[in-house]
Design a protein around this ligand. Structure first.
Ligand code: HEC
Length: 128
């Protein structure tokens, strides 16, 4: 019995090591955004250069160019600013509970895009 215990413990330790390693890797991926080797710059994001293109590609079909599904027009900056400041924008794109998941019926935004929007919100959701 004792003979079996030692290798079993060794195996368990090895498994823990593997799990710890893959977890460490996971947070690297989140930091880098998309995890496929491309770097994802999420520092000093601005509305015009970084956030607007994401919204135009993923949200304007229903919330821009005259579309206002759910009564929301994201090409109205004042509206967008309010949603950014009150947590709704972040809630819908991260599929947080209590918010309708956006884009509705579509795939969740990439971690990279979510991080970009988050940085812009954290920096005060400026019209820059
Ligand atoms: C296919 C159409 C469609 C797309 C694309 C879409 N939405 Fe929506 N959106 C809706 C509809 C419909 C509602 C109303 C849903 C509800 O109230 O349950 C809504 C509601 C919202 C709301 C209001 C939530 C609330 O609690 O009041 C926000 C904010 C929002 N969408 C943001 C976004 C963002 C940001 C994107 C892009 C990442 C996006 N939407 C993409 C259809 C869409």
């Amino acid at each position: 019995m004792k003979k079996l215990l030692l290798p079993a413990m060794g195996l368990a330790a090895f498994c823990l090591y593997l799990v710890a390693c893959s977890k460490a890797h996971e947070s690297d991926l989140v930091k880098n955004g998309n995890g496929n080797g491309n770097t994802c710059d999420t520092v000093n994001m601005t509305y015009t250069a970084n956030v607007l293109p994401i919204l135009q590609n993923n949200c304007y079909p229903c919330h821009g160019n005259g579309q206002n599904m759910g009564g929301v027009q994201l090409d109205n900056f004042a509206t967008l600013e309010t949603l950014a400041h009150n947590g709704t924008l972040y809630g819908v794109i991260t599929h947080a509970s209590g918010y309708p998941a956006m884009p509705e019926g579509g795939a969740k935004l990439s971690d990279c895009d979510i991080n970009k929007i988050q940085d812009w919100i954290n920096r005060g959701a400026q019209n820059n």
